[in-house]
Design a protein around this ligand. Structure first.
Ligand code: NTF
Length: 835
């Protein structure tokens, strides 16, 4: 039904059009209106939470006006759109970001002060939108910010989980998981109860011959779950462009069947069915770098992909274009293999629903540029595989299509390599194992026109290891690199406002926030005394703020003049928090062994850890326990005092990262070489004036190339040597580093309690082949920390390093990533407002 208002009545609409607030007076009016109407409260019961809600609603109103105009402009100009498919969007808080991006934070600050509130307290009321695990989800969030800020017509598609990543509590040194029910009141979403899609599961496939004598597949029976759209406006920085993040929520379809049950008095089971449908979007799987083929996870994936594609096809069909033009209108980026079923689903829509011939449909599906696939890991345990039986049961028609895609693909390979049977086994989409598995990465490569890794080393590794055969088959051009980046709006301007203002005052404007390469002009100032002093003062103030937070949350006093050494990220053996804590123990033992006079001369340090362990990852939980156990001993040792403190910050998340990143002197990015695809927090720390101690892994290598070897502390074995070292551990004699052996002895003496709990961590190194090369890298790690101490003693020089490094970080803006994707993968252009 056409819902457009006829021409004669449009004048009335234009006269009454809503306008955005422009002054603090107008802002205050909007806040009060929302308190009194949307929240049904008054000045007599408006607490900070209510003030937060009303402020957010005022900004949401404003954003949605820009959103409407952006969408109208994009539809009118009929331009190509990018769709970013991601199961995770780790957005963090929205209010501060919205205020800064529309440039109204000062207005809001004044307005809130007038109404009796401090803006920081109001911002602090917001619950993080934590719909992600770690790097992969945060990258998606940074990309949305850049897409909007650069005026690209782009939508994100994801799931509206009722429960985001769990909240971590530390009880007696152990991690305890608490559900994160974040939707209680979320002012940032617009429910679109009129935008729904029926998604089918289970059932069976029938082949029938239609009137034209063609054999067609009919997928029938099974059950229908309804997807309901919730839209989250994504404001660009300093632009009216406001893009959309569409998150799907699952709901039971209230079909006749339910009513029959209901009417026959079977109320309970009709409600149970509803709950079953709702479980699909209930919970985010809390694994990082690990896949555990659970049926519900596959259901989530199809539910999300089917609803999103239906939405995209619906939009495309409105334009009345021919199907061949689909790839000219639509670019879909697959964030990891999670949305790979989109390739199969599009083929199904074209063949079964639209009646296209297989070959033409497949040409459209694999059209250039249509699907792009980003790989985020080489860890085998993280590569998705689904049992064929499970796919058959849940998505019978899709399994047939996967088999057909595989058949044509293998025929193609066979023609190229007629004498090589092994290659067919290796590259097949179906793994001939017991049980047979669908290899999602293979399907993603076959169906995409570009496959990219997320840092140079990683992109080289996938071409020479896990996807080597595919380079032979499709040629090297299908494989490319887009090194990750971060949004400077959140990770500099918002997290570190004083540093951002200092930089702006020196560069003459805030332009650098849109063109981060301009930071390079700071290098001219590295000898400016006054500037260096202010730079150091800001770092100190940020450390005072973190020290205060540490005191409030852990009760431990830390000295803000000490060197702050930070490792915050998901807990994982490959990220090697165990190496860090063994190093801390080594430092502790060294200090204890010193004569008091000598000890006094040592540089005070605070070792700060944070991060969640996946609930089922037992070893990661032991690592958390050891960190806390070491903390309780060291922090209460009077011989040590301020010389060493060990802190574990509970429930690390995006809003905590905004406090932690600006306060670090040195941060640890110490994964076994070749395991961390990129890392992005490394970039956040350096952009905030902290230096890095790290291995030659992921983006550390490119950070070194940019900032220079003098401004980073690298250590450890190189990725090309890892294989040989592992081999030697297993087949040769494996001796443990003597300093590390002493650390182990101390743990086994019971110095940190629970000997039993920590024995597995020690055994992993001593008895089980030390897969992550903790012992091999220990010596160089310790020696490099000595260099860090030495360098830090010379504060003058340290500040020069810090400024120089920041000045050279321009490359790591996510804006640069988006331009690379737009140019090399999506073939889309920005669509700025033409006034
Ligand atoms: C992560 N991968 C990698 O482990 C990080 O190195 C990288 O920075 C981010 O992706 C973003 O690219 C994953 O989270 C997963 F799940 F894919 F393994």
């Amino acid at each position: 039904v056409e819902a457009s208002i006829p021409e004669p009545q449009r004048e009335a609409w234009k006269r009454s059009q809503t306008a955005a607030f422009k002054s603090s007076d107008e802002f205050e009016k909007e806040v009060v209106r929302h308190v009194e109407t949307s929240l049904a409260r008054s000045m007599f019961n408006c607490d900070e939470k209510a003030a937060y809600s009303a402020t957010s609603l005022a900004f949401r109103d404003r954003l949605i006006l820009d959103w409407n105009k952006t969408q109208q402009r994009q539809t009118y100009r009929d331009s190509k759109r990018v769709y970013y498919f991601s199961l995770e969007f780790l957005m963090g808080r929205a209010l501060d970001n919205a205020m800064l991006n529309v440039g109204m934070k000062d207005t809001a600050k004044a307005g809130l002060a007038d109404l009796g509130f401090r803006i920081e307290d109001i911002i602090g009321q917001e619950h993080d939108a934590a719909l992600g695990n770690g790097g992969l989800g945060r990258l998606a969030a940074c990309f949305l910010d850049s897409l909007a800020s650069l005026d690209f017509p782009a939508w994100g598609y994801g799931l509206r989980y009722r429960y985001g990543i769990f909240k971590q509590e530390i009880i007696d040194g152990y991690q305890v998981e608490v559900p994160d029910y974040w939707l209680d009141f979320n002012p940032w979403e617009f429910p679109r109860h009129d935008v729904t899609v029926d998604v089918q599961f289970f059932g069976s496939v029938k082949k029938v011959t239609n009137e034209e004598g063609k054999s067609v597949a009919i997928w029938e029976g099974g059950e229908i779950v309804v997807a309901v759209a919730y839209d989250v406006p994504i404001p660009g920085y300093d632009t009216p462009t406001t893009n959309n993040l569409r998150l799907w929520s699952s709901k039971a379809s209230g079909g006749e069947f339910d009513f029959q049950k209901f009417n026959s008095g079977d109320y309970e089971s009709s409600v149970a069915e509803q709950q079953r449908a709702e479980t699909i979007s209930n919970v985010l799987y809390p694994n990082d770098n690990l896949e555990r083929g659970k049926e519900l996870r596959l259901k989530q994936q199809y539910f999300w992909v089917a609803a999103s594609l239906y939405d995209i096809v619906r939009r495309f069909k409105k334009s009345k274009r021919a199907w061949r033009e689909f790839p000219e209108q639509v670019a879909i980026q697959l964030n990891d293999t999670h949305p790979t079923l989109a390739i199969v689903e599009l083929q199904r829509i074209l063949v079964d629903v639209e009646g296209l011939e297989w070959d033409l449909a497949w040409e459209i599906v694999t059209g250039t540029p249509q699907f792009g696939y980003t790989n985020h890991t080489v860890l085998p345990e993280a590569l998705e595989k689904w049992p064929v039986g499970l796919v058959q049961h849940l998505l019978p028609r899709h399994l047939q299509i996967i088999y057909d895609i595989n058949l044509f693909f293998l025929q193609y390979v066979e023609k190229q390599f007629p004498d090589d049977r092994d290659i067919l086994t290796r590259v097949s989409i179906i793994e001939e194992s017991q049980p047979k598995m669908v290899r999602m990465a293979h399907l993603a490569i076959v169906g995409s026109h570009k496959v990219n890794g997320v840092a140079e080393l990683h992109s080289d590794l996938i071409k020479t290891t896990i996807f080597k055969d595919f380079v032979e088959i499709f040629g090297p051009d299908r494989f490319t690199n887009v090194t990750n980046g971060i949004t400077p709006r959140r990770w500099l301007h918002q997290a570190n406002p004083r540093l951002s203002e200092l930089i702006a005052s020196k560069l003459g404007s805030h332009e650098f926030l849109k063109d981060l390469s301009q930071l390079n002009k700071l290098e001219l100032l590295v000898q400016d005394k006054e500037f260096k002093k202010e730079w150091a003062e800001i770092k100190f103030a940020n450390k005072v703020r973190l020290a205060k937070y540490i005191k409030e949350t852990t009760g431990v006093n830390v000295n803000p003049s000490a060197l702050f050494d930070v490792q915050v990220k998901r807990i994982h053996e490959y990220k090697r928090q165990q190496l860090n804590i063994f190093g801390v123990i080594h430092r502790y033992l060294t200090l204890k062994a010193m004569a008091p006079a000598e000890r006094k001369k040592q540089l005070p340090r605070v070792s700060i850890f944070g991060g969640k362990a996946a609930p089922g990852y037992w070893m990661a939980k032991q690592i958390i326990h050891l960190i806390n156990a070491v903390g309780s001993v060291v922090n209460n040792d009077e011989d040590i005092g301020d010389l060493l403190k060990v802190i574990f910050l509970e429930d690390y998340n995006v809003s905590k990262a905004e406090i932690i990143c600006p306060a670090s002197d040195i941060s640890e990015h110490i994964s076994t070489a070749g395991t961390e695809a990129s890392g992005t927090s490394n970039m956040k720390f350096v952009l905030n004036g902290g230096l890095i101690i790290g291995t030659c892994d992921g983006a550390n290598i490119e950070i070194t190339r940019e900032v220079g070897e003098n401004n980073i502390f690298l250590f450890g074995n190189l990725s090309e040597d890892v294989e040989d070292l592992r081999h030697a551990h297993t087949y040769g004699s494996h001796t443990i580093d003597p300093d590390l052996a002493k650390v182990f002895e101390e743990i086994q003496k019971g110095t940190f309690g629970s000997v039993h709990d920590f024995s597995a961590m020690i055994a992993a190194v001593k008895d089980h082949g030390d897969y992550y090369l903790v012992s091999d890298d220990f010596h160089s790690y310790i020696e490099t920390h000595k260099l860090v101490d030495e360098a830090y003693r010379n504060q003058e020089e340290w500040v020069v390093k810090s400024i120089t490094a920041v000045a050279r970080m321009g490359f790591f803006s996510s804006d640069r990533c988006i331009y690379e994707y737009a140019d090399g993968i999506w073939n889309v252009e920005p669509l700025p407002r033409r006034d």
